[in-house]
Ligand binder design. Sequence first.
Ligand code: NOJ
Length: 535
Amino acid sequence: MFQTPHWYQTAVFYELYVRAFQDSDGDGQGDLQGMIQRLDYLADLGVDCIWLLPTFPSPLVDDGYDIADYYGVHPDYGSIADFKALIAAAHARGLRVIADLVLNHTSDQHPWFQASRRRQEPYTDYYVWSDTDQKYADARIIFVDTESSNWTWDEVRGQYFWHRFYSQQPDLNFDNPAVQEEMFKVARYWMDMGLDGFRADAVPYLFEREGTNCENLPETHAFLKRLRAMMDAEYPDAILLCEANQWPEDVRPYFGGDPTDASVPGDEFHMGFHFPLMPRLYMALKRGDRSPVADIMARTPAIPPNSQWATFLRNHDELTLEMVTEAERQWMWEQYAPDPRMRLNLGIRRRLAPLLDNDRSRIELLNSLLFTLPGSPIIYYGDEIGMGDNIALPDRNGLRTPMQWDAGFNAGFSTASELYAPIVADRTYGYQRVNVADQLSNPTSLLLLIQQFITTYKTQPALALGDIRFLHHPDRAMLVFERIYRRERILCLHNLSDRGIAIHAPASHDLLADVDWSEGVMTLPPYDYRWLKVL
Ligand code: NOJ
């Protein structure tokens, strides 16, 4: 009954922003050749797969999520030859690479849009045009801080066009079979080059239908299933990771198969982000109460045997509060974003370490949950060393500052006198204090601990593949669950409070401390955690 797991079911992912990683040519921008120079760091860290943020030609209104050419590389980053070299260099180190596939929209600078607004065939119907801006009124606005409508008037065409994000990002018209074919071509082009799959951006919004909120429509699922079928037939090792910021029951159909029978293999996405879990980790920690985590996991349906959740603590966007109640959102903003500049749209634009007041024990605790709860963990670049952010920068740029490699000039990121963004240089998070080189040589650093989490995770299939069972503890601040796989059980203990809590633990091997525990009562110190392999 147990099948050999697929690679992505046991993988650790690393989300990487090329512009921030390493500048190889001294222009102040990270690039693909620079990234190649830093691949050994990622291999040593132990991650399995890199997720690249968009590297396509783009006017960068949405930092590359506004694509002007699906077949190229942004000149800041290099060339197609560099991209090929990157994939080869990654594969040579046993690292896989997936990249963003932005299906839903293009840049308004894309030649398709330029032709479409002039009604030039075959592009006339590549986008969603309308004489009125009253259609699809039930669709919410996502970028609420900048957009007041999902429609924008186009002078050239004399019609409105539909867009779910910035008005410079017109939505493609997936009702047009030619658009669907274009996306198949794009996907094939990158997989032919050796790419190991895609993080598919904004998938709930591909189709529009009057009288609906235009999310998760059956037509959208049908298209995605066709894309998956093509990949299964032509690129069986490549994956699709679903970005659908939705409730677990609404994400479940994106895995495909039979939502009422988890033994039926999935035929849509291989992986899906678990968005609602993420803010609840922060909520549980701040409240010293496990319920938000336990409740959302109880509400999480089983997924097909060939699928996996993707879990994360932070990413390149604001910490989204879309999947919480209005009251919870207000509370999260009060607790985690006291300065209005920390807020963006329905979220919080801060990094992991600052969100947790740079408190080492709480940073460890959330990372421990990332590695022990179900799902493949995704590390956001820089969070493995506890990098800070810069709320003075606009939009989400403050979360995308240069990687801090060492305490030298420009943190070892670049030799340029001017960088795309300032390096964080404040007293707490500045590169003089927070950098890779120091942490590599400090046995108690966060970086080496994360490396240990990864190594341990890899030797324990139960953490990646096991079922989860929550156990009761009278103190709500004690989060206790088991991961169970075949005959193995790992008991995971997390103390969400600032007090010691006693717990009866079975005879076990403490995986992180590498010591045995004979059955009895242990007191877990404030914010401490244990991964206990039950003997
Ligand atoms: C989700 C991406 O994560 C975000 O950065 C982007 O702005 C939107 N999709 C639109 O593409």
